[in-house]
Design a protein. Structure first.
Length: 107
């Protein structure tokens, strides 16, 4: 009987440890895989969120650049018009001087 207990107890102990080890081995990788999958899924959602933010910022930046270019064009047109008016004023001033000289009123 004592010999039987010496065989059964270590065998039972080894069997129990084997079952626990097998359970831990099967649970841990699955759990880790699920955790990693959850982390990856969260990172994908986060990346999508930031991609949408970047797309929106890019669109707004392009709109702002177009608005600035449009304003620059208007400013250039106004500057050109001002330059033309200055030339006209100078020409009219010269004509006025000539007219006054012809009428004997030098100024």
């Amino acid at each position: 009987m004592e010999q039987l207990l010496q065989i059964i107890i270590p065998s039972l102990f080894t069997g129990i440890l084997g079952v626990i080890g097998s359970w831990l081995y099967n649970k841990t990788p699955k759990g880790m895989i699920e955790v990693k999958a959850s982390v990856v899924e969260t990172e994908i959602k986060s990346a999508g969120f930031y991609q949408n933010l970047l797309d929106d910022a890019s669109r707004r930046l392009n709109d702002a650049i177009l608005a600035i270019e449009h304003r620059d064009l208007k400013i250039k047109e106004r500057d050109d018009k001002i330059d033309q008016l200055i030339v006209q004023v100078e020409n009219l001033t010269d004509e006025l001087r000539k007219y006054k000289q012809l009428n004997g009123k030098e100024h």
